[in-house]
Design a protein around this ligand. Structure first.
Ligand code: NAG
Ligand code: NAG
Length: 249
């Protein structure tokens, strides 16, 4: 009789242990009540960023380097330009440039800035004019965006489900800056090198103008993908597993 009860206790302990979700070894919980809580979180994110961006298969968190983008279409203003099969590389090289975490009852805040060189590889189709110069062609495109800094401002809300108490980023807003962009479009003008060189040089001198149209849909998808990956992670861990001694008040 005694040993049977003992067995049940052991079994329960085992089950309870199993229900603790998997956490990658590079994520170490910070102490909520400590004075350097925000510094600790910042330090944790700095360490985790290059690894987290490559995905956590055990938690169904997908890799976000590269980010697969939906087709980007710029139609009008005398230029039709589409990018398909687009992939944005570089998030795993991103450096954290700013972090603010405010956990409070009900609704908190989470701001994150990161900076990275990113490049987009895609198939392009172009027809029309960039400002004054004609552009026409289709083939492989490489868009090398240097010093891309993205700032995300989000609400941090709580959600309870059968698996526990989770944090979630909600209604993220964002802004971004890009230091410089270099375009390389292969096979412009059916491979006419001279025409291609003139147009590419002009495009690269006026990169800002092209990026004004190109970057909003790309960055929007990148932010969406980043927030989705973070939320996937947060949905799989109880808040107490990543923040030691967390209390709502
Ligand atoms: C794309 O970016 C990565 C990292 O920023 C860089 O190492 C790589 O050389 C770039 N690829 C190309 C084709 O420029
Ligand atoms: C761009 O596409 C639109 C709609 O498909 C078409 O009407 C227009 O002629 C195209 N413009 C150029 C410059 O190819």
């Amino acid at each position: 009789m005694f040993s049977k009860q003992y067995f049940v206790v052991l079994l329960l302990a085992y089950v309870a242990n199993c229900e603790k979700s998997y956490l990658p070894p590079y994520i170490v919980p910070c102490e909520f009540k400590s004075d350097d809580f925000v510094d600790c979180v910042k330090n944790q994110i700095e360490i985790a960023l290059p690894l987290f961006t490559l995905g956590i298969p055990e938690m169904d968190v997908p890799s976000i380097d590269p980010v697969h983008l939906k087709n980007i279409e710029i139609l009008g203003n005398g230029l039709n330009l589409t990018f398909s099969e687009a992939k944005m590389h570089g998030l795993s090289q991103a450096k954290l440039t700013e972090l603010k975490v405010q956990l409070s009852k009900g609704e908190g805040k989470f701001s994150l800035s990161f900076k990275s060189n990113m490049n987009l590889t895609a198939k392009y189709v172009a027809d029309g004019k960039i400002l004054i110069l004609p552009i026409k062609g289709n083939g492989d495109a490489l868009v090398d965006a240097q010093g891309v800094e993205v700032h995300i401002d989000s609400k941090l809300i709580h959600e309870k489900d059968s698996k526990g108490d989770h944090m979630k980023l909600a209604t993220p807003k964002y802004r971004y800056t890009i230091e410089r962009t270099v375009f390389d479009l292969k096979n412009l003008f059916n491979g006419n090198k001279q025409l291609a060189e003139t147009t590419l040089q002009f495009a690269n001198e006026n990169w800002q103008q092209l990026m004004d149209e190109l970057s909003p849909p790309a960055i929007k998808q990148i932010v969406k993908t980043v927030v989705k990956a973070i939320n996937k992670f947060l949905s799989k861990v109880d808040i107490h597993e990543i923040i030691k001694g967390y209390t709502e008040d």
